[in-house]
Design a protein around this ligand. Structure first.
Ligand code: 0X9
Ligand code: ZN
Length: 416
């Protein structure tokens, strides 16, 4: 018995030791004021392992950078060289992660088992998959479809909610958590799935939304990256591809789509957080989403990619500042969504064309859904918050985030 306890402790110690320790890591905020400073930050992001939590966007708008105790002095000196000052925005990322663990444990303790899973909490890949499998087994509205398999062998699963699959209704398509650390995105998708499936037949609004449309969600579009954020590195963004000829791991699947592939706002350096991969659709996550949305070609009414953080509603294009011909219609839809979202709890959102509102981002989902699949209402939403907690958004914000987001989507869908 004693040996067994020792073994458990040894394993626990090993597991903790194997986890990236963010104690003392800071998130610093820096605002480029000139074109040169902006270009410097963008080049730096695409040619290094420096972890940008918020990518540099435009002059006058801040970027967030995570720095370790070892790299802080070097980063600060480089910024000072470029005549940029910074503020410490998060003093200790490790402390945030500890709080997150504590908050999650508290919520588990509070869970009363009324629902299949505690949709008010964050969950592992396995838990989310078990939840979807259970829904498919018990709820006649729900089926699941495997869009592909990750490098490490995990299924990329789409949950389909339909009251009549043979009717080929218009589709609302969502991809969530393509960026591994953006936990609120998968949690919001799971909460919306729960709302729709439990509300059908009792909530008249939801009943009519299911009678009119098919609803399709990929709650964890990047399973390997997501699993890695639980096991090893809470702040991992990309997938877990072992890149040939580099010691750096991972491709940003949200730069691996063909529209503007390898263009500005994506990196050819495997060490960068925005590495685009060797070719468009080289990544299993990207080809899975390609195939899933192509299966519904001609009937996808809205396609929404869920990201965090920064509270923005963004339309194509990401790869060029040119505006799509339908931009006035997109703008109208975003305005309706954001008005409904913000009127829920007052959470402020900005919205508009991606390349203009934030930054040029080439080869992403939203441009592919619009340009290749012809989905006019194709958007990226950046959920809460605006940087207080960043990716470690406390679990007590899951439900309010999901409620406001869902209100925004419903208002938009009813208006287009
Ligand atoms: O850069 C990204 O991939 C997204 N932001 S994030 O901080 N979550 O990484 C934004 C992509 C926006 N692209 C389009 N709307 N086309
Ligand atoms: Zn993202």
């Amino acid at each position: 018995m004693k040996n067994y306890i020792l073994l458990v402790f040894a394993l626990l110690a090993l597991a903790t030791a194997a986890k990236v320790n963010y104690t003392g890591h800071k998130v610093i905020r820096v605002t480029p004021e000139t074109k040169e400073q902006l270009e410097f930050l963008r080049d730096w992001e695409s040619s290094s392992e420096i972890d940008f939590w918020l990518l540099p966007s435009s002059a006058g708008r801040f970027a967030d950078i995570r720095v370790s105790p070892e790299t802080y002095a070097h980063v600060a000196a480089k910024l000072a060289d470029m005549k940029m000052s910074h503020t410490v925005h998060i003093a200790d990322v490790g402390e945030l992660e500890r709080q997150e663990q504590q908050n999650m444990a508290q919520r588990i303790a509070m869970f009363n088992g009324e629902k299949a899973i505690d949709v008010e909490n964050y969950h592992t890949y396995e838990e989310v998959m078990a939840y979807l499998a259970d829904l498919a087994n018990t709820n006649p509205l729900v089926t699941t479809k495997v869009g592909g398999t990750s490098e490490e062998g995990r299924d990329i699963v789409q949950a389909i909610i339909s009251s009549d699959l043979s009717a080929n209704k218009p589709v609302h398509f969502f991809d969530c958590n393509i960026h591994a650390r953006e936990w609120i995105t998968g949690a919001t998708c799971v909460w919306i799935i729960d709302q729709i499936t439990t509300g059908y037949g009792s909530d008249p609004e939801i009943t009519s939304l299911v009678d009119l449309y098919d609803w399709k969600f990929v709650p964890i579009a990047n399973p390997d990256g997501y699993a890695y954020t639980w096991s090893t590195d809470r702040n991992w963004r990309k997938n877990r591809l072992v890149n040939n000829g580099s010691t750096c791991v991972g491709v940003d699947a949200n730069r691996n789509f063909p529209i503007g592939f390898a263009g500005s706002g994506s990196s050819s350096d495997p060490c960068s957080g925005t590495y685009h991969g060797i070719a468009a659709f080289s990544e299993r996550e990207a080809s899975a989403l390609r195939d899933l949305i192509a299966a519904d070609r001609g009937r996808v009414k809205t396609a929404i990619s869920m990201h965090s953080y920064s509270q923005m509603f963004l339309s194509p294009y990401g790869y060029t500042t040119d505006l799509p011909v339908e931009y006035p219609e997109m703008f109208r839809a975003m305005e309706i969504a954001v008005t409904a979202l913000t009127s829920t709890y007052g959470t402020p959102y900005t919205y508009g064309n991606t390349a203009v509102t934030i930054y040029i981002a080439s080869g992403d989902t939203t441009d592919h859904y619009y340009e290749s699949e012809g989905v006019v209402h194709s958007y990226t939403i950046e959920l809460r918050d605006s940087g207080t907690y960043g990716f470690q958004l406390p679990p007590d914000q899951i439900v309010p985030t999901a409620i406001e987001t869902w209100n925004g989507f419903k208002a938009m869908i009813n208006a287009i």
